[in-house]
Design a protein around this ligand. Structure first.
Ligand code: ZN
Length: 160
């Protein structure tokens, strides 16, 4: 079976940035299973996998506009420290969940002074070219329930 809309695809993958640093990998864990054509994974990777079959290997370089978008400088915010619920020390590099207009997202602390915390609300992978080394492990038809939910169920997918 070839990868097409409404197939469930399992892949082994390693994701590196342009410096060769590993950002994410399924090595040592279960393959990633996703519903193809449902926007479960970044568009650039989904496009590259279209038409592939189990056993195929591919290297894909995904530009930011087909991954997590550009970095936007306006997404840096200086916030009063009292907005942060933690009593502990806040340090650059720490991540917090913020509730915004479009739901919960992750922000990264970039600077701290006595009264303010500056956070970057960009996705941590925004602005990066992402290099995927992918092997297709399995391709199967999605179940009606998976299609209705828009995501994969079962061993390596989503559980309710
Ligand atoms: Zn579900």
């Amino acid at each position: 079976m070839r990868i097409a809309k409404n197939t469930v695809v399992s892949i082994d993958y390693t994701l590196t940035d342009t410096d060769g640093s590993v950002l994410d990998s399924s090595r040592g864990a279960a393959p990633l299973a996703y519903l193809h054509g449902a926007g479960n994974i970044i568009p650039g990777l989904e496009e590259a996998l279209e038409g592939k079959a189990a056993g195929d290997q591919l290297q894909v370089s995904v530009p930011p506009h087909k991954a997590y978008g550009r970095r936007i400088e306006e997404l840096h915010h200086k916030l009063p420290r009292k907005m942060f619920e933690t009593k502990g020390e806040i340090k650059p590099g720490m991540r917090f969940h913020a509730n915004g207009e479009n739901g919960t997202h992750t922000v990264t602390v970039t600077a701290v002074d006595a009264e303010h915390v500056t956070v970057d609300a960009n996705h941590p992978m925004a602005g990066k070219v992402l290099n995927f080394d992918v092997r297709v492990v399995e391709v199967r038809a999605a179940t009606d329930e998976e299609l209705a939910h828009g995501h994969v169920h079962g061993a390596h997918g989503h559980h309710h």
